[in-house]
Design a protein around this ligand. Structure first.
Ligand SMILES: Nc1ncnc2c1ncn2[C@@H]1O[C@H](COP(=O)(O)OP(=O)(O)O)[C@@H](O)[C@H]1O
Ligand SMILES: [Mg+2]
Length: 255
């Protein structure tokens, strides 16, 4: 068997907004096909980390490599090619309110692929089926429930059948049963596509359910918290405090 290949690597990354440093000394590697979750108190930089990994935020220092390519160096067709392999679910779904649910899924296919219209329509229907909201095709996002909007966001993130998929808090604001189902959906698709999955969650049960490795963002740094099996042996008190619900972010940062 060949060694797993690294799909994402961050080297000495520092992210700041103006003079405020949000993340520093970030060094990590994620292998192809891995399922990684990112935990940590609110407002510590989990979303910023995910956006930096996915090329949306350029770090002040250090490098972020996606499939061995520095995000900063990617332009034109090369950039489009990499973007066609990446899917993202944003924390607040970032659905297009003025597009129907079907058009929301078609959007990335139109943006970064040359897929024909007939094929696009087929894909849109199959993804709406896959996330169990076939009736939403011609509805607008605000005409469906919060759980369904999350499913739609996932369908849009999956539309390109991405090799690397980023989920920002896919179960935020959902009830426990819907949350469990959403994670099952995410895991089923990860299995089907053999993709690399990187997901933020504040819910340890969901982190245990979906990931093989857990990272934690705390005090501006990213630490290896462990695997679902080893995390309780971690010697860092912040990991235990977080698991017990004793370590939370400032209230103002809750979103
Ligand atoms: N675009 C931005 N401009 C300025 N500050 C930002 C921006 N995005 C996030 N931040 C700040 O970065 C910090 C981390 O935010 P975020 O990554 O959203 O936290 P988390 O996802 O862990 O709750 C917060 O203090 C937030 O206010
Ligand atoms: Mg966030």
């Amino acid at each position: 068997m060949t060694a797993a290949s690294v799909v994402l690597e961050m080297c000495d990354v520092e992210v700041s907004f103006g003079t405020e440093v949000i993340l520093k000394n970030v060094n990590l590697k994620i292998n192809q096909g891995e399922r990684v979750s990112v935990i940590g108190p609110s407002g510590q930089g989990k979303s910023v980390l995910l956006k930096t990994m996915s090329g949306l935020i350029t770090p002040a220092r250090g490098k972020v490599f996606i499939e061995g390519r520095d995000w900063k160096s990617l332009r034109g067709e090369d950039l489009k090619h990499i973007l066609s392999k990446v899917g993202m679910l944003f924390q607040k779904n970032a659905l297009f309110d003025s597009l129907t649910c079907g058009e929301n899924i078609a959007f990335p296919l139109r943006e970064v692929t040359t897929t024909g219209e007939e094929e696009i329509q087929k894909k849109v229907k199959s993804f709406l089926d896959a996330v169990a909201i076939p009736h939403a095709l011609n509805l607008f996002p605000d005409e469906i429930s919060g759980g369904m909007q999350k499913r739609l966001g996932i369908a849009r993130a999956l539309a390109l059948e991405p090799e690397i998929i980023f989920y920002d808090d896919p179960t935020a604001g959902l009830d426990p049963i819907t949350s469990k189902k959403i994670i099952e959906l995410i895991c089923d698709w990860q299995n089907k596509l053999h993709s690399t999955l990187i997901a933020i969650t504040n819910d340890m049960n969901r982190a245990y359910q979906m990931s093989q490795r857990i990272l934690m963002v705390v005090d501006k740094e990213v630490i290896e918290a462990g695997t679902p099996k080893t995390i309780l042996n971690n010697s860092d008190p912040r990991v235990h405090q977080f698991i017990r619900g004793e370590l939370s972010g400032p209230l103002t940062a809750l979103s």
